[in-house]
Write a protein that binds this ligand. Structure first.
Ligand code: ADP
Ligand code: MG
Length: 318
């Protein structure tokens, strides 16, 4: 199968056809029409085999996840997903793999209203780069920079499940079959908090998505906002599957340092706390207050009012 046949067969005219796409796959560029009053939000994430995913990952999960991790970046800025491009590098043309991969990708794309408008296809070690384009009303994007002393710190969902799921896949943790499926699914099919992110616009003072682990990611907010933070580790949301599988300190270690949760961490001024409750209820996502922004530049973890010590740090490439 030649490159253009492959594109035609697996990627062109698949999925959603947005009306703001003037010209999609097939020409030298895609042409899209951004909405009036909106700014573009653009982000790109690469997944490399054996660095970001295990070779055993089902191709459909890989397709889904390639988009989901990018959608999570849009979510954290409060942007609405619109268009994506896909740079796909593969060692060979494997039609079964491509069928599954594209099915997973388009499943996420249709659910979140994203059109695939272009890309590039090359031969080499398996690697997937999605570039996502979203839109956000002018001046309304959430950033890492707005947290103020006294703001409350919240997170969505439950933390650490993805990292525990990964350890199960790596054979580092044994868990009961009652919980295994859920935890592995949280690793393979993370849920980007797209609606929650949009609901937080104008209410949250800062936001970030948790890709490298809470301790590592919150530092970006502290640095960008020139503040410190105090977090009560007992307030951190843990799933039943997590709590039934490992002891509390291990669970907290996963929640604080494990990567790839793709939940949102955000800060909220006292005056907006009530509004946040209503907004996120409508977005259909659970969220909980875990701490508060304070003066300084440090993160303090506490349990029963005492400093809390954890073991490792988040994942860094270099
Ligand atoms: P060019 O040589 O001008 O870069 P290509 O032959 O690489 O164009 O691609 C032809 C068309 O197919 C372009 O519109 C490009 O955006 C699209 N395309 C290539 N690879 C992919 C892919 N993996 N997914 C989606 N669109 C793709
Ligand atoms: Mg090309």
């Amino acid at each position: 199968m030649k490159e253009f046949q492959l594109i035609e067969h697996y990627f062109r005219d698949h999925g959603l056809n947005r009306r703001d796409v003037e010209l999609g796959i097939g020409d030298d560029c895609a042409i899209v029409l951004p909405a009036e009053g909106k700014s573009l939000a653009i982000s790109c994430d690469t997944l490399v085999e054996n660095v970001h995913f295990l070779s055993e990952i089902p191709a459909s999960a890989l397709g889904y996840k390639s988009l989901a991790v990018n959608l999570s970046d849009l979510a954290s800025m409060g942007a609405e997903p619109a268009w994506m491009t896909l740079a796909l590098t593969m060692p060979e043309v494997n039609e079964e793999w491509l069928t599954q991969f594209s099915q997973g990708l388009f499943e996420a794309a249709e659910y979140y209203g994203v059109s695939l408008v272009g890309g590039d296809t090359t031969r080499g070690p398996l690697s997937i780069t999605v570039t996502i384009h979203g839109q956000v009303p002018h001046g309304k994007a959430l950033t890492r920079a707005g947290a103020n002393n006294g703001d409350w710190i919240y997170v969505t969902g439950t933390l650490g499940d993805s990292a525990l799921g990964l350890d199960i896949l790596l054979g580092k943790q044994e868990v009961s079959s009652d919980y295994k499926g859920y935890l592995i699914n949280r690793h393979y099919n993370p849920t980007p908090r797209v609606l929650a992110g949009q609901a937080l616009r104008s209410l949250a003072s800062s936001a970030i998505d948790l890709s490298d682990g809470l301790i590592s990611d919150i530092q970006h907010i502290l640095k960008a906002s020139s503040v410190g933070a105090i977090i009560d580790v007992d307030a951190i949301p843990l799933s039943t599957s997590m709590l039934e599988s490992v002891d509390k300190d291990k669970a907290l270690s996963y929640a604080l340092t494990g990567g790839e949760d793709y939940e949102l961490l955000f800060t909220v001024p006292e005056a907006q706390r009530g509004a946040i409750d209503t907004a996120l209820l409508h977005a259909g996502v659970k969220f909980v207050k875990i701490g508060q922004i304070c003066p300084g530049d440090k993160l303090k973890l506490v349990q029963d009012g005492q400093p809390y010590q954890i073991e490792q740090n988040g994942f860094e490439h270099f």
